[in-house]
Write a protein that binds this ligand. Structure first.
Ligand code: ATP
Ligand code: MG
Length: 667
């Protein structure tokens, strides 16, 4: 009769089993996506516990996001329902530190009260005011990211300017000023009522408590004996310091990671610790995995080509993934004239997969920045497909979009303004948006840019709405926007996942759509110079790794798409991502790319989207944006709309509704 431990080993290949079976002590698994790293650590934990090497409550497993920690917990529970492994703690670094700090605080700090701050904005605003730095929302966001990066990188306020220069940081203001804001920020958290702590302070205080108080360290190390870290390539110097404090002079540490999936450098994360593991622990068991169990050989081959093209590769990271699964369809590449066409086609392809029985929970649409979700939320809503936005808020729920809409509402309520129409509506909208931070210039700083992009998407939407109906008044526009927001209530059923590539790490789906793969979106514009030369090589490589992360999320079906934009003269002003060069065969008769173009002479005809109410084809972009033809009413009762949708579904064949075609070389 096989024991539990044996049963678990049967589910593993030889290398995975070697990592699982390794004696207590340092273990490092360096491997590409989908090779079973997460599976290996959960099995190792289960094995150590069931073989009696360690008690379940002596193991602490950590990772970086709440979602990943949840995934780890689920997998541990799945290994033995009701078993001991399910009781092992799996937390984020922050959650683990918070718990420990609560416990140790009285011993270390005494009765000084403390509280976790729920938003950095007010304090950073105060600090910025003192330092003479602008305090608009965009500037504050940039300052917050700089402070987070510095704290994650263990850079003190007084060293900030020097380190930023040494590391060629794209600093939003004069580095000395950022340094001053950072100094004031730290000081302001010391209030007469006690200490305010941010997330990074939790880690700093935890490390300090263990480093400075031997009684605390002894108690802690008596309690936890075995540490496991997933996605170790994302560790920041600050988190590493906590980990070191946990370990003391012991070495019972298992880490797994993939340097090619380092996509959080902006928080200070670095793969150095992963790559230097065997230097630090010379007797470590180091295992490399090459077999990819997640994806079809077709997807694996594309992933190898994406990462194989990386420049300035980190030594020791060259790994070729070898697909283990049965053959599947070739990845589909598709090019569209514009974003709404791309989104509509993706929604159509999703509908087709759903129709073929693929569960919604097994489908994901992944993009570079959250602002891109808008057009997909719209397209899925139009198609009646439920979805949820992961790791970010739905477009109309984003703080900046809500703020902008409320600024518009205020403008609409002012008596001194004539109820402007058309062209004048657009000017007014821009003015209102300028109040909430939209300028024509693309701002510096990742956070500010993301926010800016959401507002640009909102302007685009209002432009379309007013172009469609030049008489549309501001109040009418607000009603239209409200109706759209209303139509996108979170679904009650499990829907298709919309997520940024960052939020998708570690996860997998049967079908994945990677969208917006145009130069300027992936790679994102700010890593490219104004003349399309590269301004930051390291940042460009991180963008390439994002594509690799995206490709490797797919188990079977993978579609990569992008939208071109053409100027009036027909000149291409936006082209497909440079990362796809060499992956997509050049435009030739044998091309594998489906070109969806309105140019009737050269390309296949693009089918038209249809009115959401009557189902007639929509013949211009404005109508497409609105999702309804000019004959149908803007205000329609949602129940009636639902009934119409049902009716159209039933009658689809009789009415010969236009359809979209997804091309691939396999069809
Ligand atoms: P990522 O780098 O994306 O986090 P990973 O290396 O952690 O990937 P896992 O998520 O652990 O990979 O595994 C990928 C998929 O392959 C999972 O569905 C897992 O159950 C499956 N898998 C892993 N190892 C094996 C194996 N030996 N036999 C069968 N399936 C496996
Ligand atoms: Mg994993």
């Amino acid at each position: 009769v096989p024991t539990h431990a044996q049963l678990r080993l049967d589910d593993l290949d030889a290398e995975q089993a070697a990592a699982v079976r390794a004696p207590r002590g340092p273990v490092c698994v360096l491997a590409g996506a989908g090779t079973g790293k997460t599976r290996t650590i959960t099995h190792r934990i289960a094995h150590l516990v069931s073989a009696g090497h360690v008690r379940a409550d002596q193991v602490l497993s950590v990772t970086f996001t709440a979602r990943a920690a949840g995934e780890l917990r689920n997998r541990l529970r799945a290994l033995g329902p009701g078993g001991e492994a399910g009781q092992v703690q799996a937390r984020t670094f922050h959650a683990a530190a918070l718990r420990q700090l609560k416990y140790f605080w009285p011993q270390v700090v005494g009765d000084v009260p403390w509280r976790l701050i729920d938003g950095k904005f007010p304090i950073v605003a105060q600090a910025a005011g003192r330092a003479g730095v602008p305090t608009d929302t965009d500037s504050l966001r940039d300052l917050i990211s700089e402070i987070e990066w510095a704290k994650g990188s263990l850079i003190a306020p007084e060293d900030y300017a020097g380190e930023a220069a040494r590391r060629h940081r794209d600093v939003p203001y004069e580095a000395k000023k950022v340094s001053a804001v950072y100094t004031y920020y730290e000081a302001l958290k010391n209030t007469p009522d006690g200490l305010l702590l941010d997330f990074d302070d939790l880690l700093l205080h935890t490390a300090a408590a263990l480093e400075d108080y031997s009684s605390v360290a002894e108690e802690f190390r008596g309690r936890y004996r075995c540490f496991v870290v997933d996605e170790y390539q994302d560790v920041t110097p600050l988190q590493q310091r906590v980990l070191d404090a946990w370990l003391g002079d012991r070495d019972d540490l298992t880490v797994v990671g993939d340097a090619n999936q380092t996509i959080y450098s902006f928080t200070g994360a670095t793969p150095t610790y992963l790559l230097d593991f065997s230097r630090r622990f010379p007797d470590a068991t180091v295992v490399r995995l090459e077999r990819d169990y997640r994806s079809t050989p077709q997807v694996v081959s594309l992933a190898n080509r994406v990462i194989g093209a990386a420049r300035g590769r980190i030594a020791g990271t060259r790994l070729q993934l070898i697909g283990q699964r049965a053959d599947g369809p070739e990845p589909v590449f598709a090019e569209y004239d514009d974003e709404p066409a791309e989104a509509a086609a993706v929604a159509k392809a999703v509908a087709k997969l759903l129709g073929n029985g693929v569960p919604a929970a097994e489908i994901a649409i992944l993009y570079r920045i959250n602002a891109q979700s808008e057009v997909y939320e719209q397209a899925l809503t139009e198609a009646g497909i439920p979805y949820q936005v992961r790791g970010g808020e739905g477009f109309f729920n984003r703080p900046e979009v809500r703020q902008a809409v409320s600024a518009l509402r205020t403008a609409a309520n002012r008596d001194d303004l004539p109820n402007a129409r058309g062209e004048q509506l657009v000017t007014l909208v821009r003015a209102a948006l300028a109040q909430v931070g939209l300028t024509r210039e693309e701002p510096i700083g990742a956070q500010a840019r993301e926010r800016w992009s959401s507002l640009v998407a909102l302007v685009r939407l209002t432009e379309e709405l007013t172009a469609q109906d030049p008489d549309l008044e501001l109040t009418g526009l607000l009603r239209d926007l409200a109706a759209r927001a209303e139509a996108r209530h979170p679904p009650t059923v499990q829907g298709v996942t919309l997520a940024s590539l960052h939020a998708a790490k570690g996860l997998e789906w049967d079908a994945v759509f990677l969208v917006g793969l145009a130069d300027g979106t992936l790679p994102i514009q700010h890593v490219l110079g104004s003349d399309a030369t590269v301004s930051d090589e390291a940042a460009l490589e991180e963008e390439r790794r994002l594509l690799y992360v995206g490709v490797t999320r797919a188990r079977e079906y993978l579609q990569l798409s992008w939208a071109l934009a053409r100027s009036e003269g027909g000149r291409k002003v936006r082209r497909r991502s440079r990362f796809l060069i060499g992956l997509v065969p050049d435009d030739s008769p044998a091309s594998r790319i489906a070109t969806h173009t309105t140019d009737r002479r050269n390309g296949p005809k693009r089918a038209h989207p249809t009115c959401r109410i009557c189902g007639r084809p929509l013949l211009n972009t404005t109508a497409t944006m609105l999702g309804r033809c000019s004959r149908c009413p803007a205000d329609i009762d949602s129940e009636l709309l639902e009934a119409l949708r049902e009716w159209r579904k039933e009658k689809a064949d009789e009415l010969s509704l236009p359809h979209f075609v997804v091309f691939s070389d396999t069809t």
